[in-house]
Design a protein around this ligand. Sequence first.
Ligand SMILES: [Zn+2]
Length: 239
Amino acid sequence: MGRPQLTVAAVPLRLEGTFLLLVACPTVLLWTHFLSFTPDVFEGDLVLSALGGVLFAVMLVLHEIGHALVLRSQGGRVRVLTLSLVPHVIADGAPSDDRYMAYALGGVMVDALMLVLGLTLLGFGNATANAALAGVAALIVLVKLAALVWNLWPIPWNDGSLALETWNRIRLGRGSEAEALRRTARQGRGVSIPIAACVASGLWVTGLDPVQRIIFPVAALGAGVWVVRRWASVGREES
Ligand SMILES: [Zn+2]
């Protein structure tokens, strides 16, 4: 565990060794242009790719800072924001239901803002024929689009599913926790295959090489089936 090591905007951060992987993996993927839908300006340019890797990690941390700032604005306290392979906020005590929705969606709000920023920079980079800027901007757009799908897709227990469950609890009123969870499981099951199918077809048209064109869409559909099965088991445990 350890103590927080540095503080940014009054949010205590704790750096862990696995955070390096969060920078190194995208760096290698960009540098080798392993995924054909990543901007090709990074290919073979280790310095620019490393900057892309750092940017990727920073974007994930900014999502978490979104959660932390919402929590703080509601009078809650952030114990620590871990800079690890999966950056996350540890709160001191959970916010009440009426505040939890905003807290759960605080990261997504930052993702949406950064998507708009990325699209603006992309337009600017293209207009000025600045290939490096356009490439970096395209990376922001790509990562934030993926983040929005991932975080809003109700998967137990990511931001989207926590927000959906809270919404169900608020709508059903006090003492309805079990019914709210069953309803969330039903809704989560219902949307998962359509979302997975959209992701799979999106990956199919991104110009991947023939092998990846099979592997990635199949993986997306597999993820959809996995989420449905997880929701089914949540429903069973609770009824
Ligand atoms: Zn989040």
